[in-house]
Ligand binder design. Sequence first.
Ligand code: PXP
Length: 252
Amino acid sequence: MNARVRLGVNIDHVATIRNARGVAYPDPARAAVVALEAGADGITAHLREDRRHISDADIDHLAAMLRERGRPLNLEMAVTSEMLAIALHHRPHAVCLVPERREERTTEGGLDVAGGHNWITPFVEKLTANGSRVSLFIGADPLQIEAASRTGAAVVELHTGAYCDAARDGDAEEAAKLLVALKAAAKQAASLGLEVHAGHGIDYGTVAPIAAIPEVAELNIGHFLVGEAIFIGLGPAVVEMRRRIDAARAGA
Ligand code: PXP
């Protein structure tokens, strides 16, 4: 059981708001500082192939700022040679490999590691040798977890999106089924020596059952926090999420 669950705050959608106007604000690096000062352990950013939110310049600024502060950057990226070159150049603390389709609104499913083991493994090897901890974003599927462990990745991030959607839609039966699968996946991954992270779609209402899974060491949360920031500010939103994570872990 990891006593404390780390919180990575994903600041992509600060860039979404900025890019809606093509101006320089709001600045994702400023949001990153606010999130860290409010209790985030690290910052997560997804450099998408189409650069719809985070830009190359954002990654330059975030990497430099976080290095200076000694805080971790978790770079989410597709498994492509372009992204590999960028990650090798910046050497972020962590790289999370995600599936990416240009037409999707967000990362809709997990990586097919079982089907793509042969081409994913060299990416894991190169990034790890360069000093980044590699995480694979996968669904709660025993075959994917097994395959993830064979790539040599240190971490799996379990996709919580379907669970969060079912819980928010009030489909208690489906949510309960998906939570059981997430718990089993976390246990299996940990038994294979993988560190377990979780993320996607998490809000105040869904965070507790996920944070209470004993093997979960880190949560990555973005869209909800940036939305909540409109009403109460990013700092207070991070503080409240942190409070709920800690309470869930303490069994409250
Ligand atoms: N983890 C991964 C791998 C993701 O792709 C995302 C979305 O970019 C998140 C966590 C954060 O999801 P959300 O923005 O829905 O909280």
